[in-house]
Unconditional design. Structure first.
Length: 344
């Protein structure tokens, strides 16, 4: 097992099959890019280095001349070519259970991408965060998002609503394809990739769930998870400690002390993971801010205090930087949306 992050071979294999079956590339050409043979790639437990997987994506864009290839491939629903995670997810009991499985198992799909789930009032936000910018791959992220939504609509309900899509990358020039697939407002260049859907979906049962299939596949997948050595755990520990220490203002020395290391050691470990303390602390505060403001349980001054801001004006400036709108306007908009939903 390499020390570099890896991806499940199922996604690489799907891209390989597309390129070879349509005559865009020979198998030898693809083997040369990946550094492994097609026979190895067919092994369900095969892992591929993220940088090799991403390199194949870039080559695919050149060979096909289709910048929106990731979105298009994500729209293909072929149960025979879906990975273990998808079969487990869509054989879960409810959408909430399916989301829990998706979050738990995503490390098997791509170790370079971290998933977070937050509740913002009547919305659930799922965030795909890539700590190392060098490992962010726009077409692969396109395929991931497109596949998640397309498969959910295919296996759960054709009219599942996505309320918002935010993308870390800048507009790649095919906005219309995003709008067609996701059918919601799309924002580019936000620094992180996330989508929101109504929290009311969580209790909905999955129509084609099979407890036996779920149990059998979970046993195998849990074994694979144990084989993957923990990666980038320092960032996760920092996030958890910052969360626990709120409403105290995030402080690197305090966090480093809680982790029994010096500030310099913490900085060095985070840099190795492509992260920074400032970014992690801001991410935690932003996630909590969106949740508290949307829910409306606390006054805005109380929210500022709970997040470690010295005064409301400092919190308001940070919130506007994160969302492009004031906390008051954000809260009012969510109230209107809730009222509209109840009226419907």
């Amino acid at each position: 097992m390499t020390d570099s992050p890896t991806v499940s071979a199922s996604g690489t294999l799907a891209l390989t099959h597309y390129l070879t079956s349509r005559g865009f590339a020979s198998q030898d050409h693809i083997d040369g890019i990946l550094g492994i043979s097609s026979e190895e790639l067919e092994d369900p437990d095969c892992r591929v280095a993220v940088h090799s997987h991403n390199q194949l994506w870039q080559e695919a864009l050149l060979l096909t001349g289709d910048p929106a290839l990731g979105l298009r491939l994500g729209e293909i629903v072929d149960p025979d070519r879906m990975g273990l995670m998808s079969h487990i997810v869509f054989n879960s009991d409810t959408i909430e259970h399916a989301l829990e499985e998706y979050m738990r198992l995503h490390r098997l799909v791509n170790e370079a991408v971290h998933l977070y789930q937050t509740r913002e009032g009547d919305r659930i936000r799922v965030t795909w965060h890539v700590p190392d910018p060098a490992l962010y791959c726009t077409p692969d992220m396109d395929r991931t998002l497109s596949a998640a939504v397309t498969r959910a609509r295919h296996f759960i309900h054709p009219r599942l609503a996505i309320e918002q899509l935010s993308l870390a990358h800048e507009d790649p020039g095919y906005r219309a394809h995003y709008e067609r697939i996701f059918q919601c407002p799309v924002t580019f260049g936000t620094g992180e990739t996330s989508l929101c859907f109504p929290a009311r979906y969580l209790d909905s049962p999955l129509p084609h769930r099979n407890p036996y299939v779920h149990s059998a596949l979970t046993t195998h997948v849990n074994r694979l998870l144990r084989q993957l050595r923990p990666r980038k755990t320092v960032s996760e520990r920092v996030r958890r400690i910052v969360q626990k220490q709120l409403p105290r203002t995030p402080d690197v020395d305090r966090v480093a002390s809680a982790m029994h290391m010096s500030r310099q050691t913490l900085y060095r470990k985070l840099k190795k993971e492509g992260e920074s303390f400032q970014n992690l602390a801001e991410t935690v505060r932003r996630e909590r801010a969106l949740q508290y403001v949307a829910e409306g349980e606390y006054g805005l001054t109380e929210v500022a205090f709970l997040l470690g801001f010295s005064e409301l004006s400092a919190f308001s400036r940070a919130f506007k930087r994160w969302t492009g709108e004031s906390p008051g306007h954000y809260r009012a908009r969510h109230r209107e949306e809730r009222a509209s939903t109840m009226a419907d």
